[in-house]
Design a protein around this ligand. Structure first.
Ligand SMILES: [Zn+2]
Ligand SMILES: [Zn+2]
Ligand SMILES: [Zn+2]
Length: 131
């Protein structure tokens, strides 16, 4: 992934900071947005702000990269380091939840990892046929 601020390509183990940054659009317009920046960019931001932000350390659930997230801020369910990984997490989520029911052979969206049946009805029917 790339640092949102300096556009440097980061190594796989380099930590990122999820924080509000400013992106340049042309010479004058700067828009604040949430981005992922590298360590040195984060230090740079802190140097220019009056109240230093403190961070808690997490890990990206896709690539295992250390992610620093604003301490005290609500932690998102899917902690990822970048938009890239967020897209991957979204895709992984989609494919892993599609299952074939072991009773009626219909495909269904499983809410749980170990779900085998499309409905309580099928689960019951399968249990009954085993007895
Ligand atoms: Zn940077
Ligand atoms: Zn990641
Ligand atoms: Zn079924």
């Amino acid at each position: 992934m790339k640092c949102d601020n300096c556009q440097r390509e980061l190594t796989a183990s380099e930590p990122v900071y999820r924080r509000r940054t400013r992106k340049k659009f042309g010479p004058y317009t700067r828009i604040a947005y949430n981005g992922s920046v590298c360590q040195s960019c984060n230090d740079e931001f802190d140097r220019h702000s009056y109240n230093k932000q403190s961070f808690s350390k997490y890990r990206c659930k896709i690539c295992d990269r250390p992610v620093f997230w604003r301490a005290g801020r609500k932690v998102v369910k899917h902690m990822v380091c970048s938009d890239e990984c967020a897209a991957k997490a979204h895709r992984a989520n989609k494919t892993s939840t599609k299952r074939i029911c072991e009773n009626c052979n219909e495909s269904f969206l499983a809410k749980r990892k170990d779900a085998k049946y499309c409905s309580p009805k099928c689960r019951q029917a399968a249990r009954r046929s085993r007895q």
